[in-house]
Design a protein around this ligand. Structure first.
Ligand code: HMG
Ligand code: MG
Length: 297
């Protein structure tokens, strides 16, 4: 049976854009329930400036409750050496650096040009490797940018290749504002796959136009086997106005299971988790599958 890996990003990408304060206990219960739903990689937070993204300020406190040496991986975002220091202090085994294929987005999101950001990441990578920590790389705006419009596949391929060459074990390609359609995703992947082997790529689709599941299907057909997703379709990027949440993890699991692909996910537990976090945030889950399967009794 074919297998795919789902990287759950709900506790980070999903919650980073929330305006209200989310109690630490709610975040911790969310992460625990996700692990119990069979997810083996759960992005648990971000060591970014709390002035830029207040919602991630308690990342160290979330990590302190988790078994960081166990079978489940809990990576966190790290933009610079300062973030790496915090990640090392917290005892994480994996981090993710995050760059962009669009200059304007890079500037708004991390206050650096693309080339400055890559220099920062090299320093982070060097120190992370010395500490035995795995590093994943993100490229944002792989199809469109909220400030620059369409993004050329060649630009995505260049940034992805730099992250891969630097030592990122995987490069996650982000349709940050969820504007892509399968044809664009296919063209972008064709360009990227000329510079990075497809086994080292992941798809990260936001669902603004409801195209994320179709885009995942297209990426799957192109050979991608790792997909990022956010339970209940939570999220959005604070520096990408109008961008909705990630594709919902339960929708991706339903799609992949329907294709006969193993994910390790227990769909009914995951749907219960979607309702748990939706209730905690005071709104309904954004996914179709959570509604179709309904609130657990
Ligand atoms: P800056 O202001 O240029 O940083 O921000 P700086 O080095 O000049 O430092 C300014 C202040 O920030 C100093 O504090 C530093 O100590 C502090 P002050 O002296 O003013 O009190 N600082 C930090 N604090 C905590 N953690 C740190 C850190 N670094 C400096 N790591 C910086 C540059 C990168 C820090 C800032 O722009 C930032 O934190 N950006 C993060 C934005 C973010 O988290 N965006 C969302 C995640 S990306 C995303 O969602 C896309 C993705 O999902 C993929 C996709 O969908 O495409 C991954
Ligand atoms: Mg994202």
């Amino acid at each position: 049976m074919d297998k795919a890996r789902i990287v759950e990003v709900g506790p980070r990408d999903g919650l980073q854009n929330e305006k209200g304060v989310i109690p630490l206990a709610t975040k911790v219960e969310l992460v625990q329930r996700l692990a119990e739903s069979g997810l083996s990689t759960i992005e648990a937070g971000a060591f970014v400036s709390p002035k830029w993204v207040p919602q991630m300020a308690d990342t160290a406190a979330v990590l302190a409750t988790l078994d960081l040496g166990g079978p489940v991986h809990y990576p966190v975002l790290v933009p610079n050496d300062w973030g790496l220091d915090a990640a090392l202090e917290a005892g994480v085994r994996e981090i993710a650096v995050f760059g962009a294929a669009s200059e304007a987005f890079s500037q708004k999101n991390i206050n650096a040009t693309i080339s400055e950001s890559l220099k920062r990441f090299e320093s982070v990578m060097h120190r992370a490797q010395q500490a035995g920590i795995r590093v994943r790389g993100y490229v944002s705006c792989v199809v469109g940018c909220p400030y620059e419009g369409e993004v050329a596949p060649r630009k995505v391929a260049e940034v992805a290749a730099e992250l891969h060459a630097m030592g990122c074990y995987e490069v996650s390609l982000g349709d940050t504002i969820g504007v892509g359609t399968p044809r664009q995703v296919q063209a972008m992947l064709e360009a990227v796959m000329r510079t990075v082997p497809v086994e080292r790529l992941a798809g990260h689709f936001h669902d603004t136009y409801g195209m994320a599941v179709a885009n995942i299907h297209a990426a799957y057909a192109a050979g991608v086997r790792t997909f990022d997703a956010s339970v209940a379709g939570l999220g959005g990027c604070p520096y990408a106005q109008g961008a909705s949440g990630n594709v919902a993890t339960e929708d991706v699991a339903y799609l992949l299971h329907g294709l006969g692909v193993e994910t390790g996910i227990d769909l009914s537990r995951l749907v219960a988790t979607a309702w748990f976090i939706a209730d905690a945030l005071g709104r309904a889950p954004a996914s179709r599958v959570a509604h179709a399967l309904g609130r657990p009794a």
